[in-house]
Design a protein around this ligand. Structure first.
Ligand code: SF4
Length: 244
């Protein structure tokens, strides 16, 4: 049986959630939807955790965790650790929590995975990477059949790769621009808006680096984190930036 090739930037495997040490936990401030498969597992779970899960999930049509004070996930304990992981292990997480801060782009013949900068640890890892973005293979995934890319898709990937190869300079600003190209160009797979997405990369880069002293990686990571939280996960704001 055919399997799908999977690629990710070389820093990807080095990512570890810093959990209780994270200053900006991703488990607050978002509505976290619970996917049908996790919902089924949660409904069958026994004991106090199962009872709490059933109490803290809003019913259909959009099951999600009912946030508490300061919009915190009801399973985030005082030490900013996840009670679901502590009591049932990482495999018990719903899809969104298991994936975050990763994103995936589905090409016809490969899947490309990345880390999103909404996570402070991912932002640090990306900006501190000592080399230009380089994709490395991960284990192939069964289940999806690769197909031959169309001409448009082949041209889109070449365009993306040319942009990556022409990023000027080195250091954190270059890593930021590479991230934006890698994250946003592939969305043209779904809507064909290549030129607009190239301009979006420029606008996003300008917005994130505005007021940056050109030195502090920590400051740049924080600016990128805020931008990613506010724009990359908000379809309306992303659309605004595309059409500005
Ligand atoms: S933002 Fe990143 S490091 Fe912080 S809790 Fe979420 S995944 Fe972990």
């Amino acid at each position: 049986m055919c399997a799908m090739k999977v690629f990710a930037p070389d820093y990807y495997s080095g990512f570890r959630c810093t959990a209780g040490a994270c200053r900006h936990t991703c488990c607050a401030g978002w509505e976290i939807d619970v996917d049908p498969e996790a919902l089924q597992r949660y409904r069958a779970m026994e004991g106090p955790l199962g009872e709490k899960l059933r109490r803290c999930i809003a019913p259909a049509p959009e099951p999600h965790f009912i946030l508490g004070g300061q919009e915190r996930c009801p399973f985030l304990n005082e030490g900013n650790l996840c009670e679901i992981i502590l009591q049932a292990g990482e495999d018990a997480l719903c899809q969104i929590c298991a994936d975050h801060p990763r994103f995936r782009n589905y090409w016809s013949d490969r899947i490309e995975i990345g880390l999103g900068m909404a996570c402070e640890e991912a932002a640090r890892l990306i900006l501190e990477s000592p080399r230009p973005l380089r994709l490395v293979p991960l284990p192939e995934e069964a289940g999806e059949q690769p197909t031959v890319p169309s001409e448009e898709e082949t041209e889109l990937r070449s365009c993306r790769d040319r942009l990556l190869a022409s990023v000027p300079g080195d250091g954190p600003a270059a890593r930021l621009r590479e991230y934006l190209i890698y994250r946003h160009l592939a969305d043209a797979l779904y809507d064909g808006r290549v030129e607009e997405r190239i301009r979006l990369v420029d606008r996003a880069f300008e917005r994130i680096t505005e007021g940056w002293d050109g030195q502090s990686v920590q400051d740049l990571a924080e600016k990128a984190r805020v931008f990613s939280n506010e724009v990359e996960y908000d379809d309306e704001k992303l659309e605004q930036l595309l059409t500005e």
